[in-house]
Write a protein that binds this ligand. Structure first.
Ligand code: DUR
Length: 322
């Protein structure tokens, strides 16, 4: 989409109402969203979607910033698959701009929706469900290489503290990394995700546990390099001391859960991650096995979203929401 006439610097949208980074507008995004990290994974999982209306293709739009949105249906329910790339700032774009753009796709009203204006069927903004399908490092059992781990009860956030790396900070004994308290995931959506994953993968491949989201793949995940002073030698041990139940380490989930918690009741969120790296042994999962797992767990995420009842009446017209 062309960016033009952006007048409001507070929440920029163009003349058509398209958001600044994801480029979608109201009606192009379903209120059930699957957030994935790469375009390859999104296109692979789009193979399991049906068109929003019979005889139409899937809705697909890639923004100038590389956020790809694909909207279709899974077992009848409108769903959008959205490429979130990596890291907390990108997760923030995806949640906030989609909250703006998501509109209700009532099953009946979508049947005759115009190809590129599904919003004709939209009457209210509705409650949203967002599931992240990501990858992670496994910290300890029951998570192991190739496990699918549902972030239940939720996630904590690990942040690097720049002040600790100054002479004053060192003198003052500032800690180089801080851990937040656990941020909860939606229990019903997490359970649905776990059940669907067990159905597709079997019980051995699936577990649940506390996730830790870090603001770097390197320093705040305890990876070491001589090029930077990171003071992270004891980070993983400190993490497990503080949160003995932490099982996975990645870069997005806590942001998603934090925003859902602060969404005034409008967003339900859950996350499941494939353990790609084993942080104890330093083994990495083979690409072929990763793709098999992405297909199975992707379908589990779509099924969990599709079966989740959402309150379509949520919205400003009923006195809730912004
Ligand atoms: N990821 C990690 N750490 C790992 C393995 C995977 O952060 O050890 C996730 C999060 C991020 C991407 O999106 O994969 C980084 O490779």
């Amino acid at each position: 989409p062309q960016k033009s006439n952006i007048s409001d610097a507070n929440f920029p949208v163009d003349a058509e109402g398209r958001t600044y980074h994801l480029g979608t507008k109201r009606g192009e995004v379903a209120n059930r969203i699957l957030s994935v990290g790469s375009e390859k994974r999104a296109l692979m999982l789009a193979e399991y979607l049906e068109p929003v209306a019979p005889g139409r293709g899937l809705f697909m739009l890639e923004s100038s910033r590389g956020f790809l949105t694909i909207t279709g249906r899974y077992t009848g329910a409108p769903v959008s698959i959205i490429v979130t790339h990596m890291g907390m700032a990108n997760a923030d774009f995806v949640v906030r701009e989609n909250r703006h753009a998501a509109a209700l796709h009532a099953a009946s009203s979508c049947a005759d929706a115009d190809a590129d204006d599904y919003s004709r069927g939209a009457v209210v903004e509705g409650e949203m469900a967002i599931v992240r399908l990501g990858t992670c490092g496994a910290l300890q059992p029951p998570a192991h290489l190739g496990s699918f781990v549902v972030a239940d009860p939720g996630a904590i956030l690990i942040r690097r503290n720049p002040d600790a790396f100054t002479p004053e900070g060192e003198e003052g004994g500032l800690v180089p990394y801080t851990f937040s308290r656990p941020i909860p995931s939606d229990p019903a959506l997490s359970l649905a995700l776990e059940q669907e994953a067990v159905r597709l993968l079997g019980p051995e491949g699936v577990c649940r546990g506390l996730n830790a989201t870090a603001d770097s793949f390197y320093s705040s995940q305890g990876r070491r390099t001589g090029w930077f002073e990171d003071r992270n030698e004891t980070l993983l041990a400190d993490l497990l001391c503080c949160y003995p139940e932490a099982v996975t380490l990645e870069m997005e989930t806590a942001m998603l859960l934090d925003l859902a918690r602060c969404s005034r009741g409008s967003i339900r969120a859950a996350a499941g991650v494939i353990a790609l790296a084993d942080r104890a042994s330093n083994h990495f999962l083979a690409a072929e096995r990763t793709e098999q797992l992405e297909r199975a767990t992707g379908q589990a995420c779509l099924a969990a979203l599709a079966r989740t009842p959402l309150d379509d009446d949520w919205g400003p017209h009923n006195g809730s929401g912004p």
